[in-house]
Design a protein around this ligand. Structure first.
Ligand code: NAD
Length: 486
């Protein structure tokens, strides 16, 4: 390994105190780490599903027993309340168990039908490990989000090299250190720290796949870097999720969901609610309930500071632009430095940045619609397509299907993230590929198809000793099977 001289500090966003000092790993170091991971990957793959599940369960137990310690670190580096940190840790623990338990069934060898033409073959498919998976993560859910790739990639038999966000490097290191305590033999899960350049070096290091979670802009840079070596990528990017409230909705439940979905974690949630479209018949009632509930959310207690200093300016710009175009802030609209007040905006023009761009702050825009058709059209008028929520007693699933997004919660909010069996991901600027669920496991496997010949077929096609008679018989068979008019 190369000597690392340069370092950076992670800071507590509430106080700007130094939480920890970490190396800025350069490309040489990243390559050495990936090389070590490559041989560790062979050993890890060799443990098989049962051996890996045993280690993942030991890790899960450590995470569970030491969750309070990890939550304190998340609180320090990210700023979110400890209780919210516990929530994401507990969800990640549940996902880890799911990945370990279901990997054999989802990825293990399965028979398929050989079809009539190849009836002399037994055919199987299995998902073999890719090798080394590079995971590049964000800071907003520094445990739950990367673990959606890390735990699933490990369960699928890969080694992992993780580059956490420069805002939460200590959390990433904590995860790798605890994993090493239950897998001390080989560096199966390693962490590299630094800024974007360290992440870019990981993209160019020859890993078998990059699983990225972050902003769409960085996602494009990652794809460009990965294109140089044809390294496949999974992109989990941002969102501008909408919540729809139908005329027959449970208005109190919808208001509660909108406030939590939009304001929890200070709005720094990829699947957070940023826009609400409400049927005119329940609009006034809904708005007054949202305002009342949002008034009870206390910055500094129920929600933490804005983690990235630069984000405060973006939130301010979205709010002031909306207000300058005739919008009204029913509550909030101001900030005390890093602590932004819960803000509810109405009468915001649909082309305003507050409606079109990811705000990533504790804000909600609420718009009145005369029909759910209008609500769907407006909700879908975005380049993003990550999650969404629909409140309706009579037509929830039907409305959900019309949302252009990867996930929808009907009569609740964000619930899909807590179900390990469900794939998680989006379309458009929200990215592609899926974490979680069987789809998330398969992202980290290479399907290998095997045909095993059991006996020689009467019509052998793959030989130079094939005769014209064989060709004629084959043509006749195809015409019998497929040539009839319907
Ligand atoms: P970001 O894009 O700024 O950074 C993400 C990671 O990429 C960091 O580790 C960063 O160091 C690294 N990086 C930066 N430049 C790079 C480069 N050129 N090459 C390689 N790596 C590079 O995002 P962020 O601010 O950390 O996270 C917030 C964003 O993440 C929001 O847009 C949010 O919606 C999104 N997000 C999405 C999901 C999801 O599952 N879809 C989950 C959480 C967050």
């Amino acid at each position: 390994m190369t000597t690392v001289r340069a370092t950076f500090d992670s800071l507590n966003p509430a106080t700007d105190e130094v939480v920890g000092t970490h190396p800025i790993h350069d490309a040489d170091h990243v390559h050495a780490v990936v090389a070590a991971a490559r041989s560790a990957a062979e050993w890890w793959a060799g443990l098989g599903f049962a051996g890996r599940a045993d280690r993942l369960r030991q890790w899960k137990t450590v995470l569970t027993r030491r969750a309070a310690e990890l939550a304190a670190l998340v609180h320090e580096e990210n700023g979110k309340p400890v209780a919210d940190a516990m929530l994401e840790i507990n969800l990640a623990i549940d996902h880890t168990e799911w990945a370990a338990r279901h990997a054999p069934k989802v990825l293990g060898r399965r028979r398929r039908s050989s079809g009539l033409l190849m009836f002399n073959q037994t055919v199987t498919v299995e998902y073999l490990p890719l090798g080394v998976v590079g995971v590049i993560g964000p800071w907003n859910y520094p445990v739950f989000t990367p673990m959606g790739s890390i735990a699933y990639a490990l369960a699928a038999g890969n080694a992992v090299v993780f580059k956490p966000s420069e805002y939460t490097p200590g959390v990433g290191k904590w995860l790798a250190d605890t994993f090493a305590s239950v897998v001390p033999e080989h560096p199966v899960f390693q962490v590299i720290t630094g800024y974007g350049e360290t992440g870019a070096a990981l993209c160019r290091s020859g890993v078998s796949k990059i699983a990225f979670t972050g902003s769409p802009g960085t996602g494009k840079k990652i794809m460009a870097a990965c294109a140089e070596t044809l390294t496949p990528v999974l992109i989990e990017a941002g969102g501008k999720d909408a919540l729809l409230v139908d005329a027959d909705a449970d208005v109190a439940a919808a208001a509660d969901a909108a406030v939590w979905g939009g304001i929890s974690n200070s709005g720094q949630t990829c699947i957070g609610i940023e826009r609400v479209y409400v049927h005119e018949s329940v609009y006034d009632e809904f708005v007054s309930q949202v305002v009342e509930k949002a008034r009870g959310v206390r910055p500094g207690k129920d929600i933490g500071p804005i983690t990235m200093p630069s984000q405060v300016e973006i939130i301010r710009r979205h709010i002031s632009d909306a207000l300058s175009r005739g919008a009204r802030a029913l509550i909030g609209g101001t900030d005390d430095g890093r602590f932004v007040e819960p803000t509810v905006l109405v009468d915001v023009p649909e082309d305003a940045p507050a409606v079109r761009e990811e705000t990533f702050g504790p804000t909600l825009t609420i718009a009145k619609v005369s029909s759910m058709d209008e609500a769907i059209t407006k909700a879908n008028a975005t380049t993003y397509g990550l999650g969404g929520s629909v409140f309706s007693r009579s037509q929830g699933p039907a409305l959900a299907r019309r949302l252009r997004s990867g996930m929808v919660a009907v009569n609740s909010v964000i619930s899909f993230a807590g179900v390990p069996a469900l794939p998680f991901g989006g379309v458009g600027d929200s990215g592609f590929g899926r974490i979680h669920g069987p789809e998330g496991l398969r992202e980290f496997g290479r399907p290998q198809s095997v045909t095993r010949q059991r006996f020689r077929a009467p019509l052998t096609l793959t030989t130079f000793s094939r005769t014209e008679k064989t060709d004629a018989r084959f043509a006749k068979l195809i015409s019998l099977l497929h040539g009839r008019s319907h």
